[in-house]
Design a protein around this ligand. Sequence first.
Ligand code: 5GP
Ligand code: MN
Length: 354
Amino acid sequence: MNPASPNFVAEALTTEEQEPSSRARSRAAGDSVAAILKVFRQGERFLICAHTRPDGDSVGSMLALGMLLKQMGKQIDLVSADQIPAPYRDLPGADGIRVAQRVSGVYDAAILLECDSLERTTLRGLSAFFLVNIDHHITGRTFADLNWIDRDAASTGEMVYRLAQAAGATVTAEMATCLYTTLLMDTGGFSYGSVRESTFALARDLVRAGADPIAIARDVFFSIPASRLLLLGAALRRLVCEGSLAWLWVTNHDMERTNAAEDDCEGIVNSALSVAGVQAAVFLRELPDGHVRLSLRSKAPVNVAAIAESLGGGGHMNAAGCTINGPLQSALKVILAELRAALAAQNGKIERSH
Ligand code: 5GP
Ligand code: MN
């Protein structure tokens, strides 16, 4: 098959980017869904991957998309550059995700979920394939041969659900469990991100299809390793609140001392954001190689995605991240300067509007 014919790719790219109205957006989404399903129907073998340090949306979307393609009679390989975090290892099919740094083989397409570039996967060998990009980040980019970016989707899993519906597939209980997990995690338990009325309709559909919301919440929120709490404790001891800004960090030594895994850092930043009056928060993680990874969060309308993007990362308006040069204290200086400027600009806007 040759899904990469110039017309085929251009159709999906131009409609997405050039027509801003909501009707045009849904037409563009329809075009993209149709184009992606055409690739699925014409091919036999597919590779599915997501970004490095996969989160609940990455893992749940990979698994659900794999199930959809299998239902369509296709062969699939699921590959991640990093280990699947503990809370998601019991999701249906998670043991079928292969951890590897390089991919090779014969695939009709490689499907990248939640990525703004090939590099975001940290997998080598992907450029050999026809690439399909499915993403919902505000900083998403049309880097692939076929791109579907829906910045309004609550999770990439929501987009996988739309593909399943358009394909006329049966949403099995296993698929629903994975998709519900993507929604739950990317909305922080239906409390932030792109939560809207339709999010609850989707959650209802998934529960009807067999997702168990209580069991899933128990698995992802109430089954954490003790190391995560010990690491959180180390970070909380360093919590600083300065007006509407809050920050906290962990050193690499803290990680070793508490025996923490990389994904134990997930969510620590939310503790800083949860302080009354705080509008923006950052968590810094000193990496073993001396770089510093930043997790940025804000309450609307502060746009942390723009800050993360300017520092080489990306994300959503109120949740973004990037990795910058250390040492820790100089990284802290850099990000605090950015956040203070963003907050001052925001406060200026509010004052001017009164
Ligand atoms: P977290 O702070 O939970 O690691 O990430 C928050 C959001 O920002 C997620 O949607 C994540 O995909 C995105 N993000 C985090 N780090 C990076 C990065 O280095 N590059 C890009 N493009 N996105 C990132
Ligand atoms: Mn996501």
